[in-house]
Design a protein around this ligand. Structure first.
Ligand SMILES: [Zn+2]
Length: 195
């Protein structure tokens, strides 16, 4: 396996990686950075595991896209339920939402399951400063790609109910994107959240 070695842009410590990861984490000074053309230091967050977690722990990277969602028109006859619109303050046609775009290498079914789960119910958690003994999955999706995929997550959420998308016209503007690591355990049925 190819080993990549770079230097931390903050403290100059060498960072070695054996896996394909788009982000580099310095264990000396906890700086996270990407190299996409230039070097960019990243704002990130690491969530704490639920203390009762059992099994093999791993962190999954997400790009948490903070976006403004504006409903331009909707047809709610028949009690059609718009998931994202329902997250806005009642009576309001616009608001800010967090869209969780998994950055790990997931198949489509797991990508959709996990993205919809966290976007529908934004997780609350205490944070920590490092990964402890837990492994972490490589981030294979870039920040820019995540911003483009945020719309796909919204479409996926709303498409769970037939006919909804035809009745909803909206715009989504990305304000900010933050790298967030959420705790998971490896279970028989796949990776399960451990918040
Ligand atoms: Zn460093």
């Amino acid at each position: 396996m190819k080993v990549i070695q770079v230097k931390c842009p903050q403290c100059n410590s060498p960072i070695q990686m054996k896996q394909k990861d788009r982000v580099f984490f310095c264990t000396q000074c906890s700086t996270m950075h990407v190299r996409d053309g230039g070097i960019e230091k990243l704002d990130y967050e690491i969530a704490e595991f639920n203390p009762n977690t059992q099994g093999e722990r791993t962190y999954m990277p997400f790009w948490r896209v903070y976006a403004t969602f504006i409903v331009r028109s909707k047809n709610v006859e028949g009690g059609t339920f718009f998931k994202l619109a329902s997250m806005l303050k009642s009576g309001s046609d616009s608001g800010n939402v967090f869209i969780y775009v998994p950055a790990a290498d997931l198949d489509t079914a797991n990508f959709k399951r996990i993205a919809v789960q966290f976007t529908s119910n934004p997780p609350r958690y205490p944070t920590r400063l490092n990964f402890g003994n837990a492994s972490r999955l490589p981030a294979v999706i870039s920040k820019q790609e995540a911003a483009e995929m945020a719309d796909f997550v919204v479409v996926t959420m709303e498409a769970e109910q037939p006919g909804v998308l035809q009745n909803l016209d909206y715009t989504l503007t990305v304000n900010d994107t933050k790298l967030v690591y959420l705790p998971f355990v490896r279970a028989a049925q796949g990776l399960m959240p451990a918040l």
